[in-house]
Design a protein around this ligand. Structure first.
Ligand code: HEM
Length: 140
């Protein structure tokens, strides 16, 4: 697998600044921040912490990618942690489009690296969907 660099030079708000600017429809899931602009995110302690949480989660995904049992287990854990937010299940895959878009603003991504991200997103999302079905949560 291509080496994946996801270091974001210690600034953690900017993933959500990118997300809220380019995919504003996703703000609906972030209670109290439904109308946040990138400028609001920039000065937000909540999104600094949340940025750190999610970048750590993604680093874990990358690092366990070759360990299928752990990767799938982590996908299920992520689904469980998001249950209360009632995410559209398609977002489990779409997230990686958001993330690769963000990453492209930080580092130059070659085709091999983009493909590697697509593979991670596919395995991750397919396990999320399988688990959602198995645990009888709605998936359309
Ligand atoms: C577009 C897809 C996603 C949406 C809309 C979403 C939404 C959310 C929301 C609303 C929260 C609560 C934070 C807050 O309101 O301040 C949250 C927390 C979190 N999300 Fe996501 N999420 C998405 C994808 C992911 C993915 C793919 C991962 C992991 C790889 C992830 C990892 C986390 C983590 C680690 C937290 C911190 C809370 C916890 O660990 O339980 N999220 N997410």
């Amino acid at each position: 697998m291509a080496k994946i660099n996801i270091d974001a030079d210690g600034v953690y708000n900017d993933l959500y600044e990118y997300m809220f600017t380019n995919f504003p429809e996703l703000r609906v899931y972030f209670k109290g921040a439904e109308n946040f602009t990138a400028a609001d995110v920039h000065t937000s302690e909540r999104f600094r912490k949340q940025g750190e949480h999610i970048l750590l989660a993604i680093r874990i995904l990358v690092n366990v990618f070759d360990d299928e049992i752990t990767l799938k287990s982590y996908a299920r854990e992520t689904v469980n942690r998001h249950r209360e937010f009632k995410l559209d299940p398609l977002l489990w895959k779409a997230f990686f489009t958001v993330f690769v878009g963000y990453l492209g603003t930080k580092i130059k991504l070659d085709e091999k690296t983009k493909k590697a991200w697509t593979s991670i997103g596919k395995v991750f999302a397919e396990e999320c969907w399988r688990y959602l079905k198995e645990s009888d949560f709605s998936i359309s």
